[in-house]
Design a protein around this ligand. Structure first.
Ligand code: ADP
Length: 483
């Protein structure tokens, strides 16, 4: 089966978060089921240097007034279609923001063009190739099924929600500029509280919708987590399914991770202590017997990092250490830094994005904290498990179903892998940190939890099979409807 995936980021070439990890890993996992994925991605500078080494596959004369080339790039087992539209994508900054952290003002156009190019490819614009199915990810690719239906393509489309908080909401005055007729602005289409929403349009038009964990798929049906789209999702309930993300076991493997000073597996886990010592030294923290807690995350309200700034003293007063790696809201950065300033030698905050440091933090930490207010799936806690770090997480979304809380029953059954807290408030997090610090005192029990964590299997195998089943059903249904 030939699949066209459409995404605004893909590991290892361009990543701001979990979306890239998923779009980078899923094609490899799906290939075991006979599914060949080609992923359409914007031609950011990091991709262009490589993609332009080869002649283009085809030219688009007019994508909302822009000319573009489609280029092909094979890298790390991925097949990419790179949309080389220099006026839109070949610029400084990140995929969504400029070098000062401000949204690119033409994001509405950049991702409409990405989706339009995908729709044209689905409809046969690329000589000699046509997908059997299109899989788009998040709002940046969500207009794809809208354009496809407009063009008349009936190729089945799956839309995956990685985070409902980001919707691509714009003024309805833009409608004529994205090449859609006035009818597209309807309650069954893009209309969203007087604006247009790319994600809503996609949710209405896709043949199947997935969210990145079963719990999140249920949560987003409620007003609390639905972010204004719960009504739409309830209306499309028969098409909505949760499939939990997996992790790329080759990229995240403590036994082979080239970023780690000392590699280890369950049998050689003592090496983790050596990584810990180096990590403490590197972050200017005092050595000591206490646990090393860490957080690797966007510093945002969603991720609950304001709460961590408030209650981190719980760890530090008890002889623990804390490392935070992340970037995001300046208020949260400042709150964390001012907590760290009260505990010199015990807490360090590194503002920035660094893949290598993220791996090293997992390689040397005892516990990873993820106190999200909502969490569609969460990957950090899955990496933590694989690296023998005990996750301390809020009980929400994917966190609730991937971590087994160390309550008495789970400890007795030797199933516990971490600590959960609920309700998601600072005092709940404080209590969970206290429980984790207490548990660390019992080293045999802690070691057992680490091993249980490392045994938890969140590789892509199972989840890829779920996607393969969805693809098979949709293409079969389409074949039957054509007959
Ligand atoms: P989200 O996509 O909502 O940010 P996830 O937990 O799904 O959260 O995925 C986050 C991904 O981004 C993980 O791969 C994590 O290691 C990575 N990450 C987050 N912040 C940083 C950072 N500051 N430096 C390096 N990697 C980071």
């Amino acid at each position: 089966m030939q699949v066209l995936a459409v995404a605004s980021e893909i590991y290892p070439l361009v990543k701001t978060g979990g979306l890239a990890d998923v779009t980078g890993a899923l094609p490899k996992a799906l290939s075991r089921f006979g599914i060949e994925t080609h992923t359409l991605v914007p031609g950011y500078p990091s991709l262009l240097a490589l993609a332009r080494l080869h002649p283009p596959l085809m030219a688009f004369d007019d994508l909302l007034g822009e000319a573009a080339m489609l280029r092909h790039l094979e890298i790390d087992g991925l097949s990419l279609f790179v949309l080389d539209a220099p006026t839109l994508f070949d610029r400084e900054g990140g995929p969504y923001v400029d070098q000062h952290g401000t949204d690119h003002p033409d994001n509405w156009k950049r991702f409409a063009v990405l989706s339009l190019a995908a729709a044209e490819i689905a409809a046969g614009a690329l000589p000699g190739w046509r997908p059997d199915l299109v899989h788009c990810h998040d709002w940046q690719a969500a207009l794809t099924p809208v354009y496809m239906r407009h063009i008349g393509s009936t190729v089945p489309v799956v839309l995956t929600i990685h985070n409902l908080a980001f919707q691509g909401q714009y003024s309805s005055t833009l409608l004529p500029y994205i090449g859609l007729p006035p009818e597209a602005y309807s309650v069954d289409g893009l209309e969203y509280f007087g604006d247009i929403s790319y994600l809503k349009g996609g949710l209405m038009m896709a043949d199947h919708i997935t969210a990145v964990s079963p719990t999140y798929a249920r949560e987003i049906l409620s007003p609390t987590f639905g972010m204004g789209l719960d009504g739409v999702l309830n209306a499309r309930l028969d098409r909505l399914q949760g499939i939990v993300n997996g992790i790329d076991n080759d990229v995240w493997n403590p036994a082979t991770d080239s970023y780690l000073p000392y590699r280890y597996d369950a049998k050689t886990i003592r090496n983790k202590k050596r990584n810990k010592a180096l990590l403490l030294e590197r972050f200017g923290l005092e050595a000591g017997d206490g646990p090393l807690f860490s957080a690797v995350t966007r510093l945002t309200w969603q991720k609950g990092m304001d709460m961590l700034a408030e209650v981190a003293d719980e760890i530090l007063y008890r002889g623990g250490r804390l490392i935070v790696l992340g970037q995001g809201d300046h208020d949260i950065e400042n709150a964390l830094k001012s907590t760290a300033a009260r505990f010199p030698g015990r807490m360090a905050v590194s503002v920035g994005y660094n893949e290598q440091t993220a791996h090293q933090i997992h390689g040397g930490s005892d516990a990873i904290i993820q106190p999200s207010r909502f969490e569609p799936c969460g990957l950090t806690q899955l990496y933590a498990l694989r690296y023998g770090c005990v996750p301390v997480v809020s009980r929400t979304g994917g966190l609730s179903e991937t971590i087994i809380d160390a309550n008495d029953a789970a400890l007795t059954a030797r199933a516990a892998t971490g600590f959960q807290f609920h309700p998601v408030r600072p005092e709940g997090l404080r209590h969970a940190l206290r429980r984790a610090a207490d548990a660390y005192e019992d080293r045999r029990q802690w070691a057992r939890m680490q091993l249980q964590a490392m045994r938890a299997d969140y590789s892509w195998d199972r989840s890829a099979e779920n996607y393969a089943d969805v693809y098979a059903r949709l293409t079969r249904d389409r074949a039957q409807s054509v007959l």
